[in-house]
Design a binder for this molecule. Structure first.
Ligand code: ZN
Length: 186
């Protein structure tokens, strides 16, 4: 895809929106009051906005490889704090997905020095060192999602500012497009 195609798509986007509402962007500039804070994987196939068809302004989103919730990650922690304290989001959705390359790499082992540190964060709570581990990649993906729900419940910023803000887990199925709601562990 060439740059001019990105520009053309952007112009189409503006035209379609203004056909419906000529003042759309003036209103968008007034500010954001998203209902959701979404934590999702960086994978190019799993865009939260596209799969839920929610408009601009509906979701404040943090993405990283393997949708990790890490109290030592300053970028994540700042996003979480901003979402809870300043945006006052109503719900937090942690969205994992099937066929996750981050989970696969954590599972199978990758030697790239630039990836190892991050993949170890994914790996640490997965039963991948267990000789008897019979889980499939997608089952490990679900396990990873459940781990991140637990990590969020234990995150000091969530504990301090997240009262009455529900945490929802969702697994996006790349093979079907379905969003499966996953029960949160206690
Ligand atoms: Zn992924």
């Amino acid at each position: 895809m060439e740059m001019f195609e990105l520009t053309k798509n952007n112009e189409d986007f503006i035209r379609k929106i203004k056909e419906n509402d000529p003042n759309y962007f003036e209103k968008l500039k007034q500010g954001q009051t998203p209902e959701f804070f979404v934590i999702a994987c960086s994978d190019s196939r799993v865009s939260p906005s596209i799969i839920t068809q929610l408009p601009l302004g509906a979701m404040f989103i943090h993405r990283n490889i393997g949708n990790q919730v890490d109290a030592n990650d300053e970028s994540f922690t700042a996003s979480l704090y901003y979402a809870l304290v300043h945006l006052k989001v109503k719900k937090i959705v942690i969205k994992g997905h099937t066929d996750c390359g981050g989970v696969r790499a954590a599972w199978s082992g990758v030697e790239d020095i630039e990836l190892v540190g991050w993949l170890n964060k994914i790996r640490v709570n997965l039963p991948v060192d267990d000789q008897h581990c019979k889980l499939t990649l997608d089952e490990l993906g679900k396990e990873n999602l459940l781990n991140q729900i637990t990590n969020l419940k234990n995150h000091p910023v969530y504990k301090k500012y997240g009262k009455n803000v529900d945490i929802l887990g969702a697994l996006f199925h790349v093979e079907s497009g379905e969003l499966e709601w996953v029960t949160s562990p206690n």
